[in-house]
Write a protein that binds this ligand. Structure first.
Ligand code: CTP
Length: 399
């Protein structure tokens, strides 16, 4: 059993609130202290009495209770915890957290806390997929807030999709991992490339592609969440640097290669960047004027994935490439796996109309020496989590 820790559990309003009773029971069984804040909406779904009985502690539900403030001010409440868990986390509480709004005890405690925060989102699939919720979640994750779920399944509203709160055992396991400072990739080093590269034509123009960096950044976050010391080498993207990840910003393929070689040795390397295959041999030193056609004298860029896969005794333990294809996706990707000497390749269809470039979801096929796995359409974050967890499985098994 790990040392006893203190959890501050914030229960906001949602039908999934009943699951947090089981989380409290399990954590108490393992000897951890759980103190609960129940929001007004949360109290519509579970009673303060149930939370108090299971946590064997007082339940806090009113910011302006003078007795509470004198016994246990909201600042102390948030500081005297090793971890804050928001479960269920509604779209509304995520939005307030992202904006720094503190208008009740729960949100005030969240703004005042200096300990790690975990959220277990639970909401209708459309609310989860709404750009506002996705943007709020991205802001929170970039600030270091960890997320468990949501998962796909039937919803209380009768719809099916992503938005169900993770189950009590997954939440308990994640909380315990964080309590013990242990993650499945603790002690491992991971390297991820992300985004496009920009290859200069002249001081103001460049060759680039449509990569947004969303998938690569999500993979770096997922590795870091599992405890890996993670280096992210990113081309120019609009993505925020993930908290807790060493992010190296580069522009060109040559810079990306140099940064990757510098980060070696690593246990796992994921090449998610859309590296430009070519660069301009001699970019103009001055801006090319309108009347003149730019000289497109292209030379091939080094293949970063192939270079690292063939790096001899500095080769990463597990080398994973991506394959962006628009036709015969799986056979082309399988051939890329062979040609580049990587262990796994994640194939995705980036044809016009799939919305992969810049979008939030991805349908991928994982190609390994054992064969091909067809994954269902998933949020890019979910693809990242699955991949990181598969990497942890493979490294556990490696000699
Ligand atoms: N890659 C790389 N360095 C390059 C080109 C690609 O590391 N100079 C990596 C990508 O990060 C990805 C994989 O190789 O993991 C495949 O990239 P992709 O663009 O699908 O394939 P290419 O090798 O560029 O081949 P093609 O454009 O002919 O499909």
């Amino acid at each position: 059993m790990s040392d006893n820790k203190r959890l501050l559990l914030i229960v906001s309003g949602g039908i999934a609130a009943y699951k947090c009773l089981e989380v409290i029971r399990r954590l108490r069984e393992r000897g951890h202290a759980v103190r609960c804040i129940l929001t007004k909406a949360g109290a519509e779904f579970v009673t303060p009495l149930s939370l108090a009985a299971l946590s064997e502690d007082k339940v806090y539900d009113d910011l302006f209770s003078l007795t509470d403030e004198s016994e246990m001010g909201h600042i102390r409440l948030s500081r005297e915890a090793d971890l804050v868990l928001v479960a269920p986390a509604t779209a509304s509480i995520l939005a307030k957290m992202a904006a720094g709004i503190a208008d009740d005890l729960a949100t005030t405690a969240l703004l005042a806390t200096d300990c790690p925060v975990v959220v277990a989102p639970a909401m209708n699939v459309r609310m989860w997929e709404h750009p506002a919720t996705q943007a709020n979640m991205a802001v929170l994750e970039a600030r270091g807030v960890r997320r468990i779920g949501p998962v796909e399944g039937d919803m209380a509203c009768g719809e099916w999709g992503m938005g169900r709160m993770a189950e009590a055992d997954a939440i308990t396991a994640a909380v315990e991992d964080l309590f013990s400072g242990r993650g499945r990739l603790a002690g491992r080093r991971a390297l991820v490339t992300s985004g496009p590269t920009h290859e200069a034509l002249d001081p103001v123009r460049y060759l680039a592609n449509r990569s947004s960096g969303k998938q690569g950044h999500a993979i770096a976050r997922a590795f870091s969440r599992l405890g890996a010391e993670t280096v992210l080498v990113s081309g120019p993207t609009g993505q925020p640097d993930p908290a807790g990840v060493e992010t190296v910003h580069v522009e060109t393929a040559l810079e990306m290669l140099a940064a990757c070689e510098k980060a070696l040795p690593v246990d796992a390397f994921v090449a998610a960047a859309a590296v430009s295959d070519w660069r301009i041999a001699q970019p103009a030193t001055d801006k090319i004027k309108k009347g003149k056609a730019p000289p497109l004298d292209l030379v091939e860029n080094p293949d970063i994935l192939a270079r690292l896969a063939g790096a001899g005794n500095r080769r990463p333990g597990l080398v994973i490439g991506f394959a962006a294809e628009t036709e015969t996706v799986v056979p082309n990707a399988a051939e890329k796996r062979r040609a580049k000497g990587c262990d796994w390749i994640v194939a995705n269809d980036v044809s016009a109309g799939t919305g992969v470039f810049g979008g939030d979801t991805n349908t991928v096929h994982l190609i390994t020496a054992e064969g091909v796995e067809h994954w269902p359409p998933l949020a890019k974050d979910a693809v990242a989590e699955r991949l990181a967890s598969r990497v942890a499985d493979a490294l556990d098994k490696a000699p």
